[in-house]
Design a protein around this ligand. Structure first.
Ligand SMILES: Cc1ncc(COP(=O)(O)O)c(C=O)c1O
Length: 395
């Protein structure tokens, strides 16, 4: 069987990383020319920029009017930790973990907060834990889209709209790509560096009125560093949700966030972003379907992430290699395609099973994905042939 020829056409933008994700189509440094640089973030001009991020995010995401939305330090990690440390304690907690980030939140609740009444719901890479077993009379912590396994919750139907505990959701690789059921959630976090291709370092925290009530009626027994403080004198720090950030944000990153939000509006807001993501995912799924050596890591179709698409290699030759050699095959594909300028950052996450991870969110242009597929086919076939295993068997 002949090897596929080396493709001639490279993706115009080879950025397929799952964070920081590709900048929006047409982005250049010029997009930052109106940045409020060298000014105080507390100046009228600086505050207007911060408020613009909050207002545009709220509108695009269709956040309910009675929710608060704020910019916090430490990216998505900062936002999640702030929520865990400020809110958990008064009730038992159910924590769900099925990939690296959920596992990290679980470890923090167990080892740092050391909550006695904790139930863990874990699943291996590729699967979800039993969502039906979660008790919403307790506080619940979960990740909407597991970026490192490409497994998402299928929808919000497993979360009752009326629940006594708080539902805390790390949604960083889901917002601006999937429709979230705000009425079933209480705390939602994300960062700028994911679906809209913004810059890292700043997190977003959205709180339901029930989450605010918890903040105003509960004082955690542990010390809270200034960076985590959502309350002052027993009341919510309302200023934080108007752009009075706890510490100094980068106004360059803020400008970039505004640019990304304006772009999101230009493609039709949330509906447009979801449609672009879904179209990309459909193209990827069609390639997986016709490619005998790959499969989705997510076993159940409804749980397959349309943003951080994680693939495992199912070719018998590859499966016959030991774990170290499998990892080195993946590394060589990723490094080879990077050297060719055809794809950046497509190896699976360091703790995940060896495979490929391709971001397919709205900032990725469909033409770039289409141009990527022949390179993947070529890289794998070339590597396999070089190892003496010959050409890939066609299904
Ligand atoms: C699900 C999830 N949670 C948290 C994080 C950490 O995000 P950040 O580095 O923006 O804090 C990531 C980053 O990839 C993620 O995918």
């Amino acid at each position: 069987m002949a090897l596929p020829p080396k493709p001639k056409k490279r993706p115009e933008n080879p950025c397929f990383s799952s964070g920081p994700c590709a900048k929006r189509p047409g982005w250049s440094l010029q997009a930052l020319s109106a940045a409020c640089l060298g000014r105080s973030h507390r100046s009228k001009a600086g505050r207007a920029k911060l408020a613009e991020v909050l207002d545009r995010s709220r509108a695009i995401l269709r956040l309910p009017a009675d929710w608060r939305i704020g910019i916090v330090p430490g990216s998505d990690t900062g936002a999640v930790e702030m929520a865990l440390w400020s809110l958990l304690g008064p009730r038992g907690v159910d924590v769900l973990a099925w990939e690296a980030f959920g596992k990290g939140w679980l470890a923090d609740v167990m080892q740092q907060l050391r909550l006695a009444d904790l139930r863990k719901f874990e699943a291996p890479y590729g699967q979800l834990p039993d969502l039906a077993a979660v008790d919403f009379g307790r506080d619940v912590v979960f990740t909407w889209n597991g970026t490192t396994s490409g497994v998402r919750v299928p929808d919000g139907a497993w979360i009752p709209a009326a629940h006594d505990g708080l539902v805390i959701c790390d949604a960083t690789s889901a917002v601006f790509a999937m429709d979230l059921p705000w009425d079933r959630l209480d705390v939602v976090s994300w960062s700028w560096q994911k679906a809209l291709g913004g810059e890292a370092a700043h997190g977003m925290l959205a709180l339901s009125p029930r989450a605010v009530r918890r903040i105003e009626t509960y004082q955690p027994p542990w010390p809270l560093p200034k960076l985590f403080q959502l309350a002052a004198k027993g009341r919510l720090n309302e200023g934080l949700f108007r752009g009075d950030t706890i510490n100094t944000p980068s106004l360059l990153a803020v400008e970039d966030a505004i640019d990304s939000l304006r772009w999101a509006e230009s493609v039709g807001g949330l509906d447009g972003l979801v449609a672009r993501t879904q179209a990309n995912f459909a193209a990827l799924a069609a390639w997986v379907e016709r490619t005998p050596w790959v499969e989705f890591l997510a076993q159940v179709p409804a749980t397959r992430s349309p943003t951080s698409v994680c693939l495992r290699i199912v070719d018998p030759w590859f499966l016959g290699l030991d774990a170290g050699r499998q990892a080195s095959v993946v590394a060589r594909i990723a490094e080879g395609l990077e050297k060719e300028g055809a794809a950046f950052d497509i190896a699976s996450y360091r703790d995940a099973p060896p495979g490929l991870r391709i971001w397919a969110g709205a900032t990725v242009e469909p033409g770039n994905l289409a141009a990527l597929f022949p390179w993947l086919d070529w890289a794998y076939a070339a590597l396999r042939a070089e190892s003496g295993a010959g050409a890939v068997a066609q299904s």
